[in-house]
Design a binder for this molecule. Structure first.
Ligand code: ZN
Length: 127
């Protein structure tokens, strides 16, 4: 058996809850990624061969970026994205994760954390 530096992750390994997402990136990046996911800019996301494969359209460049997410032998999440971001997970990787799904009820909790529940207040102020 040849030595593979990457471990074969399971589909559920790519489901993150709110705390895990905030451990990966800061709130501003998560908010932007969530907007990408809601705007259907994640045009493709699927699990295959231990990796998550996705295509995400960048909001600013309006370019389709191909990316892959996986785990290394130490269990650390890695991402490889056409945007060429350095180490760590980029906006597009986060958007793909959010579009793929979240663990438990993380979705609504994240939106609460981002101030989605205050929309009424904003509307009231516009009058
Ligand atoms: Zn990227």
């Amino acid at each position: 058996m040849s030595q593979d530096p990457r471990i074969g992750a399971e589909p559920t390994d790519f489901l993150f809850d709110t705390e895990e997402l905030y451990a990966l990136a800061d709130g501003a990046l998560i908010a932007k990624a969530l907007r990408h996911a809601h705007d259907n800019r994640v045009t493709h996301v699927a699990f295959g061969e231990g990796e998550l494969i996705a295509t995400v359209e960048d909001e600013d460049q309006e370019e389709q970026l191909d990316l892959r997410l996986g785990y290394d032998a130490d269990g650390n999440l890695w991402s490889s994205c056409d945007c060429g971001a350095g180490s760590g997970i980029c906006l597009h990787g986060l958007a793909a994760l959010l579009a793929y799904g979240t663990a438990g009820d993380a979705d609504s909790r994240i939106e609460d954390a981002l101030g989605g529940g205050h929309r009424g207040t904003h509307q009231a102020r516009l009058r």
